[in-house]
Design a binder for this molecule. Structure first.
Ligand code: ATP
Ligand code: MG
Length: 777
């Protein structure tokens, strides 16, 4: 298509720009007619409501390209919101590919949070902040709340600060400030919620800090109170695009409605069946209300799925059909039949991880009757991040390269948090939380009392802790060795602060100087615990990570925002991530482990939200299955250690909702004696799973650190009540090193309840118990 008409508006543009705009728009040929309508209907509101893998994101991306290519908007005039940083990056890459050039300067393509940080830095003073404000992480937020809770005389054991954090987060997601909090919320947190919320916000302002919820809330407040600012952005963002619209919360929704209020050039895409953030305040109603909010909106529905095979699609559709609360959509695909969804039961979580490791090896070699897969094509999607540990351990053991996305993060490690607190304090000296974290780390002889003196001095004089500390030294309130060390720290902070403006010192050098001169590196060098070398490595890694940033502040902002932790090492890797983080992504082969009731669907979600919670879990199952293009493998374990306790597990109810015609049950020969209970009607096939012949297995053997798999193992059926295999029996006399003799009165997993002759009734872990007759004295 050539687009001369569209370029008329750009009479004054350079010849090159006009010629660019007049090029044939090949990228539109890649779309089906409905997608094309979404990409070409540029003026006015557009809603694309369609199932997984129907090309919503593709159409949205093409729409950006079309806006740029037809000269409707410059890159910096397009506001494009995605859900994760990874999705934003992918969209940027896709735009670049379709444009046939790199797209510099789409500064407003990102997540709600990343866009709001930028907006808030520009207008911080309108909400009484300075533009160098700090973004608190959960840990800091909790510490701050705890202080407030304790100060208000609430028993924080009965009413944990974490709970208050949840309540405040909920309010912020609904765009409720302390000023417009509805009366119905008055009873929250023992009736003290609203007052504590107000104190918390005041305290944050004093600290020149915000939490995550504030990023949006403050910007919404600015837009609501300052019409001139809002209008400026309404004009600036000529086109607004939003992916994963079904997961926006009220605050995000208000934000979008305010920004689109002028021209109404807003295009939202989403799928009600993939709304999985209800627990964080997302309102699937937003997407259903779109046509009311934006009358005359073009509504586009897509039905062809381009991602998955018919079996995978049918399995996903079968599961989601169990939800009552949905619009209901038909999906079809023209792809070839392919593999059925594979289902396999395991003895326990470790076995599951072991099998998946071996299976990945086999798939790499193409010995499963399928084409060979590269590691980059394979993902393991878990319901709960604690499930990852078993896979990480396993993969490390067999040397299978993997990356964790969104998992336990590098930046959450203690030494990294300490180092970052130093950086934060240098960038923003009013950051009292950072000060509290490091004032006596390394030890400076400043105990609780000295810190309290600093806090009191600061509070009484309306100063930050840094300034309060200075005053405390000068006034003699802090004396002795502590005072000398503290003065040294304050000098350091001032000096490092000045170095930020010194062009001859790079921010990486500065980071090293801070860590060295503060004594922090030295502290770990002197530490003789086995963890110390690893921590020093991490600190080195941290300084390395600074490289890509202009300054410390940019880096701190980045860390506060990242939701993903990807390792940069080259080479193929298996991806390990949560189902939530996998939204919008696709992989040729997907493993979905841990399909057990209580784990998935999650017990907490069902307890807290009943039927609604269950339906959200089911949507999560739908998201999981629809990530797979060619092969989808679902598994469960009969036993699992959850938070240190063994539990026997029942297969997930979602497994019974899988349509039997599209599923085959794998029974690894020899491992379980084929005794996997298949849901009725599902075909079973023994996998030719010769795991012992795989490269992973051979790597293992050569290390000699594993029990040989080739020795016959007990044939065990999964879903066994662990009591049946416990080495102990109720009534048995036993001996415990600490508590002495007693009799078992109950067995619960690997925990035994024992009535000790002298020590009373106690629960103890079975492996600390010996039979009374085995005691050698
Ligand atoms: P989700 O709901 O999971 O976010 P989606 O609707 O956003 O999915 P996309 O990720 O845009 O779907 O597309 C799914 C896959 O289908 C991608 O690999 C994409 O390149 C491909 N695809 C989309 N539209 C077409 C098309 N018209 N022709 C060929 N392939 C397409
Ligand atoms: Mg998408």
């Amino acid at each position: 298509m050539s687009s001369f008409d569209d370029t008329d508006a750009f009479e004054g543009a350079s010849l090159a720009a006009r010629a660019m705009a007049a090029r044939p728009a090949r990228y539109l040929d890649e779309l089906n007619p409905e997608q094309r309508r979404a990409a070409e209907t540029l003026d006015g509101p557009v809603l694309m409501l369609a199932g997984a893998g129907t090309g919503k994101t593709k159409a949205l991306t093409t729409r950006i390209v079309h806006l740029l290519n037809t000269g409707r908007a410059r890159p910096n005039e397009i506001l494009a919101v995605t859900f994760t940083n990874k999705a934003a990056r992918e969209m940027r890459e896709r735009v670049a590919r379709l444009m046939g050039q790199t797209v510099e300067g789409m500064p407003w393509l990102g997540t709600f949070h990343s866009i709001c940080v930028k907006l808030l830095r520009r207008h911080a003073e309108l909400v009484d902040l300075k533009s160098n404000f700090t973004i608190l992480d959960t840990d800091d937020q909790l510490r701050l709340l705890k202080q407030l809770v304790q100060a208000s005389g609430i028993d924080d054991k009965r009413w944990p600060a974490r709970q208050l954090a949840g309540i405040i987060d909920h309010w912020k997601n609904r765009a409720w400030t302390p000023d417009n909090l509805p009366a119905s919320e008055g009873s929250a947190y023992e009736g003290k919620g609203p007052a504590l919320y107000r104190q918390y916000q005041t305290r944050l302002r004093e600290l020149n800090a915000v939490d995550f919820g504030d990023l949006l809330l403050h910007v919404v407040t600015i837009f609501q109170k300052h019409d001139d600012v809002l209008r400026q952005y309404q004009r600036w963002f000529r086109y607004i695009l939003v992916d994963e619209y079904q997961d926006t919360n009220v605050a995000q929704y208000l934000w979008l409605r305010l920004l689109a209020g002028g021209h109404k050039n807003i295009c939202c895409v989403g799928d009600d069946d993939q709304s999985i953030y209800g627990w964080r305040g997302a309102e699937v109603g937003n997407i259903l209300r779109f046509e009311k909010d934006f009358p005359g909106a073009a509504v586009i529905r897509l039905e062809q799925n381009y991602r998955s095979t018919p079996h995978i699609l049918a399995a996903a559709s079968g599961v989601i059909a169990g939800n009552r609360d949905r619009l209901g959509k038909e999906l079809w695909t023209a792809t070839k039949e392919g593999e059925k969804v594979r289902l396999i039961g395991h003895w326990d979580g470790e076995e599951e991880a072991r099998w998946i490791g071996e299976e990945i090896d086999a798939m790499q070699r193409g010995t499963r009757g399928m084409r060979p897969f590269s590691l980059d094509e394979i993902a393991i999607l878990v319901r709960a991040s604690h499930q990852m540990r078993a896979f990480e351990d396993r993969f490390l053991t067999i040397g299978l390269p993997y990356r964790v996305i969104g998992g336990p993060r590098f930046y959450e490690r203690m030494e990294i948090r300490d180092a970052m607190a130093y950086f934060r304090l240098v960038v923003s000296p009013a950051d009292d939380l950072a000060f509290e974290r490091i004032v006596n780390t390394p030890k400076r002889g400043l105990g609780d009392k000295a810190v309290q003196t600093i806090q009191r001095t600061a509070r009484d004089n309306g100063l930050s802790l840094v300034d309060g500390a200075g005053l405390g030294i000068r006034s003699g309130a802090i004396k002795g060795k502590g005072a000398v060390e503290l003065a040294r720290l304050l000098d350091g902070l001032a000096r490092w602060g000045r170095m930020m403006d010194d062009p001859s010192v790079s921010h990486m050098e500065l980071a090293e100087i801070i860590l060295d001169e503060s004594g922090y590196t030295g502290m770990w060098q002197a530490d003789k615990t086995p963890e110390a070398p690893g921590r020093l490595e991490n600190l080195k890694e941290l300084v390395k990570a600074l490289e890509g940033f202009e300054n410390l502040q940019g880096f701190l902002e980045h860390v506060a925002l990242i939701m993903e932790n990807e390792s940069d090492e080259a080479g193929e890797k298996v991806t390990l991530m949560t189902l939530h983080a996998a939204k919008g992504l696709e992989f040729p082969a997907v493993f979905l482990p841990g399909w057990e009731d209580g784990l998935f669907p999650s017990q907490r979600s069902m307890d807290e939200s009943g039927q609604k919670g269950l339906e959200e879990e089911r949507r999560l199952a739908y998201v999981g299955i629809t990530r797979a293009e060619e092969v989808c493998t679902i598994s469960f374990a009969g036993n699992r250690r959850v938070y240190g306790q063994w539990q026997s597990q029942m297969p997930s109810r979602f497994i019974d909702e899988l349509p039997p015609d599209h599923v085959e049950v794998l029974t690894p020969p020899g491992l379980y004696g084929g005794r996997v209970a298949a849901p009725s009607g599902i075909e079973t096939r023994a996998a030719e799973a010769n795991v012992y012949n795989s490269p992973g297995w051979r790597r293992l053997q050569s290390r000699g650190n594993e029990r040989p798999l080739s020795q016959p193992r007990e044939a065990r059926a999964p879903v066994i009540d662990i009591q049946a295999v416990s080495a102990h029996t109720v009534g048995e006399r036993v001996f415990h090193q600490k508590f002495g003799y007693g009799a078992i009165i109950a067995i619960e997993g690997d925990k035994l309840e024992i009535a000790f002759d002298k020590a009373g009734t106690k629960k103890v872990v079975a492996r600390f118990i010996t039979g009374a007759d085995d005691v050698p004295f």
